[in-house]
Design a protein around this ligand. Structure first.
Ligand SMILES: *[C@@H]1O[C@H](CO)[C@@H](O)[C@H](O)[C@H]1NC(C)=O
Ligand SMILES: *[C@@H]1O[C@H](CO)[C@@H](O)[C@H](O)[C@H]1NC(C)=O
Ligand SMILES: *[C@@H]1O[C@H](CO)[C@@H](O)[C@H](O)[C@H]1NC(C)=O
Ligand SMILES: *[C@@H]1O[C@H](CO)[C@@H](O)[C@H](O)[C@H]1NC(C)=O
Ligand SMILES: *[C@@H]1O[C@H](CO)[C@@H](O)[C@H](O)[C@H]1NC(C)=O
Ligand SMILES: *[C@@H]1O[C@H](CO)[C@@H](O)[C@H](O)[C@H]1NC(C)=O
Ligand SMILES: *[C@@H]1O[C@H](CO)[C@@H](O)[C@H](O)[C@H]1NC(C)=O
Ligand SMILES: *[C@@H]1O[C@H](CO)[C@@H](O)[C@H](O)[C@H]1NC(C)=O
Ligand SMILES: *[C@@H]1O[C@H](CO)[C@@H](O)[C@H](O)[C@H]1NC(C)=O
Ligand SMILES: *[C@@H]1O[C@H](CO)[C@@H](O)[C@H](O)[C@H]1NC(C)=O
Length: 848
């Protein structure tokens, strides 16, 4: 008896609950929502109700996620209710969802033409408000098809090929006024769909470039992984749509179009906002900023230039940085001539222009197809899109430093000859110093300009670096003289020419430090033909060999691997970064060699190799007493501070780890491997990158997960390094350890158990230094705190190390960045192999 009644009780309770749950997520003609009532989705995450934006007393009906500060959708955005007019949301007689004011007058309606005698609106667990005919179940209207300014997963941004019907987004007017604003975002160019941002409805403001199956080719600076789970597809009725699923990485994410026309992203995990970001883009983002046949590169100054073979249409305007009239062809095409055919010049890493025409041709047919039609001016090929051709003006072309496509520009034969044999790699940077030793590029040269003092590169100007044929060249723009000077270097000779190739003055007598120029024979001889026994390790872009020159000097030679085809960018990056830096805690570049396919950098040789061989070596670690370890920590900190603050550039290393710290004969640390370093221009403090590169375990959470790079991401890596140096344990050695999974977690646990002594390397545990050692662990923990803004900067770290700052704040919870799931899927043997192989550790998480 008792048993039965208990069951009955539970059944009743369950029914009540279900009933209750079902009731609160729907609106019917009898169950209305009256300000300030709300309804919520079953999962409790989404709420519909009345709200007032900040600094406004107007009332709007909206849907929000978790709290009113995350408004996702607004119904009556253009018809606000006054503050005390107590509105109602209900179903009207014709079955529409309506918002009524105090006088029961309809101020907003879903306006569906479908008439239903009995309909219900339900706020679903996806955040979609769906109006259905209760009798037939047919969907009459849904909020996902009438979005305001926020994209959320499972929504479809769409356009119909036949009817032109679209689902698009429009910004709010300002943060207190949700009415239709100046910017809108829609899907365009349906043959190869692109996202377009429009201003005032009609003017293109930004375009994303075509979708290639994985990404929008020109849509770059958004947080890493933001397009994960997104796709562009077709529906049978001719609708093309862009949609994203939710991913494991986040529970929920949004992209909002701000009143200023910026994309703002946010993501949540476990109901906590874990990140938010604004995509500011670059000067090049504005649609067609450089006019027809112009190309934008935000890293050069000025940002606009004409495509090769073109010149400014109006030179005077162009020089005033008014680029609107664009560029025109210098020499007409030869189209039709059988004798001298047009050809193509390849431009690498480009955001391809607007108005592409797609065809199904294969890659090898694409160029011939373009040549056949006299009005075809360029082509490109992408496996995800196919053959693309352009027929009119080339508009909105942009040069990227990575990613993008190869764009082939049609050229008459005469123009093409000028460019023949030219495979250029250009890296631009700004020279900002006066009177300091100038660094020639691939060669670390000290030199004087004797003939023409006016061309002295010490004046402010900008330069480009190119490798041409077998030579290294420096391109230098003298602002004072308003002209370009090009210096060539080749095996000890140097020539200075102007843009047209005319020699400037007489053959320059440049004093070269011969010993800084290397040729391949010398280097092959020094390294015993790059014998594997001379291999010191693997840098970011290739193997490093030990070498001994004839005069007895020892060197380290880093060789760009020919095989991979990758790494050229890292190589050039390293040249640019390191040739500008000089500090006792940074490794010094001696010279470089470039002959044919070979590209090599020559460094001073470090007798004691890298820090990891020392602190983790079975016997070596005993050689590092506490005093030496402390001075290593201090040295690394000083090197980093120089990179972040004291050098002429602001540089984030991005791959700081024990194997990138070299030790000289006196065990002074030298930071090396700048292949991934990021140079910051201007006043920016942080940037986001779509390409996260670095080493697991050393990467700060905000960088690893969202691609946000700042000084504080290096501080995080520094913190891990400090913990490794003090504990003598490799961060990676914990990956197989079920209990801790990372060094940081291990140290943090012992720290909280007041047992930090157990974390310290036995060989340095000396009661005399205990206080200092614990202080160092404390500083290390401050550096690995989860929130980037809580971490000290390097200047503060140095003050802490020197005890200029006596009282350290207690460390907050660190970030536990653990090896991701790939680990689990590896067998334990593979796992062992992949972890013990500390050298190959550049991990490109986002394979872009
Ligand atoms: C609200 O108004 C105050 C004072 O005018 C202003 O400082 C604040 O930025 C405004 N807030 C928003 C969200 O516009
Ligand atoms: C709303 O409130 C204002 C001031 O509190 C009052 O003057 C006005 O009459 C009210 N409106 C209505 C419709 O009650
Ligand atoms: C509005 O409609 C509600 C419910 O139908 C009714 O109770 C109320 O009196 C109406 N108000 C006015 C001003 O007509
Ligand atoms: C609904 O239709 C009316 C009349 O055509 C129009 O004034 C109103 O703006 C429409 N509402 C919406 C939300 O489209
Ligand atoms: C409307 O539909 C609901 C659910 O199907 C039903 O309970 C209700 O009686 C219907 N109302 C009318 C007026 O038909
Ligand atoms: C927002 O725009 C409205 C008009 O659309 C204006 O009255 C209001 O002052 C603006 N608010 C802010 C914060 O700019
Ligand atoms: C868009 O229109 C508004 C109002 O007419 C104007 O103030 C604004 O400058 C326009 N924006 C652009 C980019 O043309
Ligand atoms: C994306 O959409 C295309 C076209 O509908 C489809 O072939 C492809 O499988 C989809 N990709 C993913 C990852 O869903
Ligand atoms: C730039 O040039 C265009 C075309 O000649 C002209 O219409 C425009 O006013 C110029 N803009 C500025 C800011 O001078
Ligand atoms: C060249 O291509 C354009 C654009 O596709 C087309 O309109 C034109 O007919 C073509 N001309 C020839 C000669 O094929």
């Amino acid at each position: 008896m008792v048993h039965t009644s208990l069951v009955f009780f539970w059944v009743v309770l369950l029914c009540l609950c279900l009933d209750f749950g079902a009731a609160i997520d729907t609106i019917t003609s009898s169950e209305l929502v009256k300000d300030p009532q709300t309804i919520s989705s079953k999962n409790g995450l989404f709420t519909l109700g009345f709200f007032s934006p900040k600094n406004s007393t107007n009332r709007y009906v909206g849907i929000w996620y978790l709290s009113e500060s995350n408004i996702l959708w607004v119904a009556n955005r253009n018809q606000p209710l006054k503050f005390n007019s107590s509105g109602t949301v209900t179903i009207s007689r014709d079955g529409n969802l309506v918002v009524l004011n105090r006088e029961n007058k309809t101020i907003w309606s879903s306006n569906a033409t479908y008439i239903a005698s009995n309909s219900t609106a339900q706020l679903q667990d996806t955040g979609n408000l769906v109006l259905q005919d209760s009798n037939t179940g047919e969907v009459i209207w849904e909020s996902f098809k009438h979005p305001t300014n926020v994209y959320i997963p499972n929504m479809k941004l769409s356009r119909n090929r036949i009817t032109g019907e679209e689902v698009s987004f429009t910004s709010w007017k300002n943060s207190s006024d949700p009415s239709v604003g100046y910017f809108s975002c829609s899907l365009e160019r349906l043959s190869a769909p692109e996202l377009f941002l429009w201003v005032n409805g009609t003017l293109p403001y930004y375009r994303s470039g075509p979708w290639n199956g994985e990404i929008f080719i020109g849509f770059r600076p958004l947080t890493t992984g933001y397009l994960k789970g997104c796709n562009v597809s077709d529906e049978d009725d001719g609708t093309v749509y862009f949609s994203c699923d939710s991913t494991d990485q986040y529970d929920f994410r949004t992209v909002a179009l701000s009143p200023e026309g910026l994309f703002e992203t946010a993501s949540w995990k476990n109901k906590k906002k874990i990140s938010s970001d604004v995509f500011h883009g670059t000067n090049c983002n504005q649609y067609g900023v450089c006019g027809a046949f112009g190309s934008c590169d935000w890293q050069t100054s000025p940002v606009c230039s004409c495509l090769s073979g073109y010149q400014a249409k109006n030179v005077e305007e162009w020089n005033r940085k008014n680029w609107t009239s664009g560029c025109v062809r210098k020499v007409p095409l030869q189209c039709g001539s059988e004798v001298r055919k047009d050809g193509f010049l390849k431009l690498e890493k480009m955001k391809v222009p607007d108005y592409l025409q797609k065809s199904a041709s294969l890659e090898n047919e694409c160029s011939a197809q373009c040549l056949q039609n006299c009005s075809c001016v360029a082509y490109a090929y992408d496996t995800g899109i196919g053959c693309m051709s352009w027929f009119g003006d080339l508009i909105d072309t942009q040069k990227f430093s990575d990613g993008g496509l190869d764009l082939y520009i049609r050229m008459p034969p005469s123009e093409l000859d000028k460019h023949s044999g030219k495979r250029r790699v250009i890296i631009a940077a700004a020279v900002s110093t006066i009177g300091v030793t100038t660094l020639a590029i691939c060669v670390y040269l000290l030199w004087k300009w004797s003939a023409k003092p006016t061309a002295q590169p010490s004046a402010r100007g900008s330069y480009l670096i190119e490798f041409k044929e077998d030579k290294c060249m420096q391109f230098y723009h003298s602002r004072k003289r308003k002209r370009d000077v090009i210096f060539w270097f080749n095996r000890g000779e140097s020539t200075a020419v102007d843009r047209t190739g005319k020699k400037i003055g007489e053959q320059s007598q440049v004093e070269l430090h011969e010993q800084l120029l290397f040729d391949t024979e010398t280097l092959a001889l020094a390294t015993n033909n790059f014998d594997s026994s001379n291999k010191l390790g693997q840098g970011g872009f290739g193997p490093v060999y030990k070498g001994k020159l004839k005069d007895g000097r020892e060197i380290a030679v880093k060789r760009l691997s020919k095989a991979s085809g990758q790494g050229l960018e890292e190589f050039m990056n390293e040249v640019v970064v390191i040739s500008k830096l000089q500090h006792r805690n940074l490794v010094r570049l001696l010279g470089c060699c470039r002959e044919g396919e070979e590209k090599m950098l020559i460094y001073e040789y470090m007798l004691n190799k890298s820090l990891d061989t020392f602190i983790f070596g079975p016997s070596e670690h005993k050689l590092l007493d506490w005093g030496k370890r402390f001075s290593i920590i201090e040295g690394i900190a000083r090197g980093l501070l120089y990179l972040h603050r004291d050098s002429r550039l602001r540089i984030i290393h991005r791959d700081l780890k024990a194997s990138n710290i070299l030790l000289d004969e006196e065990l002074n640390p030298k930071i090396s491997d700048f292949g991934l370093a990021k140079i910051f221009g201007g006043r920016g403090d942080e940037a986001s990158t779509s390409r996260v590169v670095g080493t697991y375990g050393y990467m700060a959470p905000e960088y690893a997960m969202e691609g946000i790079v700042s000084e504080k991401s290096d501080v995080f890596s520094f913190g891990v390094l400090v913990l490794e140096i003090v504990s003598g344990r490799k961060n990676t050695s914990f990956y197989n350890n079920e209990q801790f999974r990372s060094l940081v977690r291990f140290v943090w646990k012992l720290w909280n158990e007041d047992n930090i002594i157990s974390a310290i390397d036995q060989s340095i545990c000396d009661p005399m230094h205990e206080k200092d050692i614990v202080r160092c662990v404390h500083i290390g923990l401050l550096c690995v705190q989860e929130g980037a803004r809580h971490r000290p900067n390097m200047a503060t770290v140095i003050s802490m190390l020197n005890s200029e700052i006596v009282n350290l704040p207690p460390p907050k919870q660190p970030a536990f960045i653990e090896k991701p799931d790939i680990c689990k899927s590896l067998s334990s043997e593979e796992r062992h192999a992949s972890h013990s192989n500390n050298i190959v550790s550049i991990t490109d998480i986002k394979g872009r």
